[in-house]
Design a binder for this molecule. Structure first.
Ligand code: DON
Length: 304
């Protein structure tokens, strides 16, 4: 397995130069585009890695899976999906047109920015700090890494430049989809996106989802039913408007982030974390997608 991963990372390196690091959040533009790494955690507890697997990056939209889990734990499946839909979209992750397509004006799904902002508004806690700490602690628990923290420079950078997210949030407030202070909700959302992780951390999240909501320590963190729903939404919406192609060519429930990470869960087999900050035009890691494509072929990982 180690040899397979080493070979795949080296074969995929040329794809890093086919993408560009995210520049719409200035702090992300500083990342090294040549980085490429992978971590695999099997459900038997074996771990394999290759390339720059220990590179630290911000979790970004992969946090949308984490906040969805916490919102479900706080509110139940039925309530959460009365506020956010389950439908895929062909518009980009920060599109405003997404907000007008659903009958009830709720965001189409929890994986686009609008959906994730609405999901964050459902997380329990009296203050911004309490909500952000609950997300951080939940992330530490499901990764098994008590040292995960928020990258303050990325958080500040997002806050300063997040006007599209502000537009989405105010529009939703105007439609009665979210309640309370928009700035406070966004603050929690920006903090969740700015948690700093490695490929190992996201592979561990993938392994828990692959294991139907149970950690490698045998502790159940979410119900089997919630886990099934989340993995299905990852297939249909996790790679944004590239989800269909990803399902056809790779066939694994996955979630990407503009920090360059992709978290993948191969049901009953393994969690995979890949990192490559150079992104393609859809905002997904260019080298990371290629790694998953080759690994899926090599190990026959497609669920379809
Ligand atoms: O809302 C944003 O712009 C970012 N904090 C997260 C977006 C993101 O990761 C989209 N992913 N591909």
């Amino acid at each position: 397995m180690k040899r397979i991963l080493d070979n795949i990372v080296e074969e995929c390196r040329p794809w890093t130069s086919k993408g560009e690091v995210a520049s719409y959040i200035p702090e992300l533009a500083k990342a090294n585009p040549d980085i490429l790494g992978i971590w695999v955690t099997t459900l038997g507890g074996e771990e394999y890695f290759a390339g720059e697997y220990d590179f630290k990056f911000t979790i970004q939209s992969i946090s949308k899976v984490v906040t969805l889990m916490l919102a479900i734990l706080d509110n139940g499946i039925e309530y959460v999906f009365s506020r956010v839909g389950m439908e895929p979209t062909e518009a980009s992750f920060n599109s405003i047109t997404n907000l007008d397509s659903h009958e009830e004006k709720i965001p189409l799904n929890p994986m686009i920015n609008a959906g994730a902002i609405a999901i964050v508004s459902l997380i329990h806690g009296d203050t911004i700090e309490e909500k952000a700490t609950r997300i951080l602690n939940f992330t530490r628990k499901i990764t098994g890494n008590p040292y995960i923290s928020i990258n303050d420079s990325v958080y500040e950078s997002e806050k300063k430049t997040g006007d599209r997210n502000r537009a989405l949030a105010y529009y939703m407030k105007g439609n009665g989809i979210i309640e309370g202070s928009v700035e406070e909700i966004l603050d929690v959302y920006f903090k969740a996106c700015s948690m700093e992780v490695t490929s190992k951390d996201i592979a561990r999240i993938g392994a828990m989802l692959a294991n139907d909501g149970v950690l490698l320590t045998n502790e159940r963190v979410i119900s089997r039913e919630a886990c099934r729903i989340i993995k299905t939404i990852m297939v249909t919406c996790g790679m944004y408007d590239a989800s269909g192609k990803f399902a056809v060519h790779i066939g694994i429930p996955a979630k990407s982030g503009v920090g360059g990470g992709i978290m993948a869960a191969v049901p009953r087999r393994m969690g995979i974390g890949v990192v490559g900050p150079a992104l393609n035009s859809k905002g997904n890691s260019s080298g990371g997608i290629k790694i998953l494509e080759k690994l899926s072929q090599e190990l026959d990982l497609s669920i379809f």
